[in-house]
Ligand binder design. Sequence first.
Ligand code: BGC
Length: 340
Amino acid sequence: MHTTSFRNCLTFALLTCCTATLQSVQAARPSDIFAANQALGRGTNLGNYLEAPRDASWGITIEDKHLAAIKAAGFDSVRIPCRWSDYTSKNTPYQIEPKFLRRVDHLLATAHRAKLNVVLNIHHYEELNNNPRAHKDRFVAIWKQIAHRYRDHGKWLYFEICNEPQQDFNEYWNEYLVAGLSAIRASNPTRPCIVGPPHWNGIWALKKLRLPADENLIVTVHMYNPHEFTHQGASWVEDRIRRIANREWGSAEELESLHAEMAQAATWAREQNRPLYLGEFGAYQAAPMSSRLRWTREIVRTAEKHGMSWAYWEFGAGFGAFDLDQDRWRKPILDTLIQN
Ligand code: BGC
C-alpha cells in the first residue's frame, strides 16, 4: 500500500474510533446543558428589587449602569428574583400586568446588552407555598405567559421554575415542576431550565427531587449554613437567630461541615449526571466582616472546584457586594467573589 493511502486509512480508522468514543461520551452526558451551566459561571442575584411586594420598595433600584458594572467587575450572569404573583390577576385567565412585564423586559434587555446571561425565576409565590392546590393553574398560567413572551430570546436566558419550594408545597413540588416545565416547553422546547429540591432548595433535600427525562435541566441548590452565622441579626428570621451578634465562622469543624455539604451536592449531581448551579449563598451584613469573607471565599472555591456555577446573594442590599449609596463595589466582597 502506498504510504499516503496507508496514512489516510490510519487517519480514517482513528477518526472513526474517536467519533465513536465521542458519541458514547455525548450519549452519557448531555454536553450542551453542561456548557450552558458553565456559561452561567459567576453571577450575582439582583435581590430585593423585583422580589419586593407589589408597589413596595425594599430599598433597591437597579439602574442600567449597574448591569454594566456587574459585567465589568467580572461576572458572567445575573439571577433575577421576581414576584410575579403580586402582578397577576387572581382569577382566570390569570393575566400578568403589562406594566410589570415591561419592567422585566427592560431589565432583561439591559442585562443582555451588558452581555450577561440571565436567570429569571418565580420568587416569593407565598400563596403557592401555603395553599398549593388552589394555585396550580395560576402557577402554570404565569409560566405560559412568561415563556411565550420570551420565547425568541437567545440562549442567554434561563428559566428557573420556582425559588425555594417550602411548607405545604414541599409535597407537591415534584408534580408541579413537571407542570411548570411542560408550560415552558410548549413554546421553548430546549431552553435551559433550572429546578431545585423542595425544602428551600436545601442540599439535604436533593434526595427528594424527582427529575423528568428532560435533558435541558440544570439543578440548583442554596447554601446558607450555618444559619446562625449567615443570618445573624437579620430582621426577617426567627428570634433566636435575629438576636445573635458577633458570631464568627471558620473553625476546623465548621470548614469540614461546609465541605461535606457541598460534596454531598456534587456527589448527587455526578450520580444523576446533571449540572449544578449554586443559585444563592451569602452572609448578611450583621456578621463580622472577616468571617463573612472567609465563609464566602470557601463557598466560591469549593463550588468552582466541583464545577458548579454560582450566584451570590446579593448585589446591592443587606448582603450587598455593591454599595448603592456610595455607588461603588465593596472591594473586599467583590475580590472574594471574583478570585482570579
Ligand atoms: C429570599 C430573600 C432573602 C434571602 C436570604 C432569599 O431566597 O428570597 O428575601 O433575603 O433568601 O435570606
